[in-house]
Ligand binder design. Structure first.
Ligand code: FRU
Length: 508
């Protein structure tokens, strides 16, 4: 608590109020990091987090994200600055527009928290949570007052925040944890889903609606038939429909680890079912499923592209984890955008097809792996790797990425045919971190038949897609750049691997 009070005193309204010398010094230090990504979005310095306001407006994709460029500077130092704004024509190359919104009004004084956006006539409407604290002068009686706030952005990307809040928390029966509105429109009504904590300290999602964006009515809690009690707070909910399916994504906090599930500090996942009843909040759905089983994935948000694809963005990171880049005064990366499809009540994810825009050298081949084989595919860890794995005649096949010459340091992927299990192991992979949450992640996988594997490798991350994105694992890792080798090892039998690898350009 005391720390936060010290932070309040240091806060500035606008980054332009901070001497350029300080801002540039932070950016210079961050740029010296050996872990800077080639094609994933990162911050120029400080901390980045949740994608916000992901939308298509005025002929471009707009993406904002949580942004605190001075999170690691001594003075000034603050961790809740605002939203950074990026625009793109292809979801791959991004133009940095700098501050989109900063925490500069009485409604968002202590944090322009997460939110979303929707085009309204010739403007983009932004809906977000303004975080405020009251009684900050007293040691023990200060508490959170969340506002849901509206703002309009014009075609010149100028944002005007509304001074009257759309909603003020805490709502009766709930605590001050009330945030992250995701707006959508159905017929002539706007709806939003928000994360909220009940007074009994359980998490849920609230559905609200409005005809004019100014007056909002509470429909009620979303009532999933799956009716699982999921943690103490749900952050960053998102509701959307694909075909006849309704999908509620959210990040439940406080789930206990169970049978290799929920191993991260905070979770992410979804309910899928029939379309949500927007009059009552009733939601006929299946049990909760994890969206991404990797180590570093959180706060996802989707948007509908003009050609009708559902595109997913997320933070490739999780709160309260100390990442090794902190040493260079920055933290956080976003995932590479993904397209979502649905089959048999399950979400499939794959990297957006526009990734081709950054393809360079291509390596293809077929290897029959008897013992250990090295795959030659350039010497930079920025690749789109597609491989078909057939290890049905072996006990298991190991794929090592980010490997040194001797293959002692690596990110290890194990296809265990004996156990029909897939394992990601980052225990011998550069700088260790977040070890309290384990070094391995698993899923069951039928290895009696061929498996399609796709991996987006960037300098300090991997996104692994199995069988057309039925299972996905996203993670950060921090190994030396000379560890760029790829090895295949087959145990107790021969495996066959077809590969098609594209090196990816450095665009960040
Ligand atoms: C999720 C989150 C959101 C909140 C934002 C603040 O990572 O905690 O619930 O709006 O981050 O940065």
């Amino acid at each position: 608590m005391t720390n936060r009070r010290a932070e309040f005193i240091n806060m500035v309204d606008h980054l332009t109020d901070v001497p350029q010398k300080i801002v540039q010094k932070e950016a210079r230090l961050a740029s010296q990091s050996p872990y800077r990504q080639y094609y994933h979005i990162e911050g120029e310095s400080g901390a980045i987090g949740d994608p916000n306001g992901f939308s298509y407006f005025n002929g471009k994709y707009h993406l904002f994200h949580q942004w605190s460029p001075l999170a690691f500077s001594q003075s000034p130092h603050y961790t809740q600055h605002g939203w950074k704004h990026l625009i793109s024509k292809d979801l791959v190359h991004w133009e940095n527009l700098g501050a989109g919104m900063e925490s500069d009004t009485p409604l968002d004084r202590y944090g322009t928290y997460s939110g979303s956006a929707i085009p309204v006539e010739d403007k983009l409407f932004l809906m977000y949570t303004g975080n405020t604290w009251v009684n900050t002068q007293s040691e023990d009686d200060w508490h959170r007052v969340p506002f849901q706030v509206g703002a309009m952005m014009d075609k010149d990307n100028q944002v005007v925040k509304w001074t009257k809040p759309l909603m003020k928390g805490p709502l009766p029966g709930y605590t001050g944890h009330f945030r992250d509105p995701k707006i959508f429109k159905k017929d002539d009504t706007y709806y939003a889903v928000l994360g909220i904590q009940r007074e009994n300290l359980t998490g849920t999602a609230l559905l609200v609606k409005s005809k004019d964006l100014k007056n909002w009515k509470i429909v009620g809690e979303i009532k999933p038939t799956a009716n699982q009690s999921l943690g103490y707070m749900w952050e960053c909910p998102d509701y959307y429909e694909i075909g006849d399916n309704g999908i509620l994504e959210f990040c439940p906090q406080g789930l206990k680890e169970k049978d290799n599930h929920f191993r991260n500090i905070y979770q992410n996942g979804y309910f899928i079912g029939k379309k949500l009843n927007l009059d009552t909040g009733e939601f006929d759905c299946q049990n909760f499923q994890e969206l991404d089983k990797g180590f570093d994935f959180y706060a996802m948000q989707t948007m509908q592209s003009p050609d009708d694809r559902r595109i997913l963005m997320a933070w490739m990171g999780i709160s309260d984890i100390e990442y090794p880049t902190t040493k260079f005064h920055y933290n956080g990366s976003l995932i590479f955008p993904r397209e979502i499809t649905v089959k048999n009540n399950h979400i499939y994810q794959s990297p957006i097809r526009e990734i081709k825009n950054i393809y360079s050298t291509n390596y293809t081949g077929k290897v029959t792996v008897k013992h250990c084989e090295k795959v030659n595919a350039g010497n930079v860890n920025a690749r789109d790797i597609k491989i078909d794995v057939d290890c049905s005649s072996a006990d298991y096949l190991i794929l090592d990425l980010f490997a040194d010459q001797k293959n002692t340091n690596h990110l290890r992927l194990i296809f265990n045919q004996k156990k029909n299990e897939f394992i990601v192991d980052r225990s011998h992979c550069g700088v260790s971190f977040a070890e309290a949450y384990g070094n391995t992640r698993f899923c069951s996988l039928d290895l009696s038949k061929k498996v399609k594997v796709r991996i987006l490798q960037d300098i300090s991350s991997a996104e692994i897609f199995l069988n057309d994105g039925k299972e996905v694992f996203s993670l950060r890792l921090f190994s030396p750049s000379e560890d760029h080798n790829i090895f295949l090892t087959s145990h107790n039998g021969t495996s066959v691997v077809d590969y098609d690898i594209h090196e990816l350009q450095k665009i960040m």
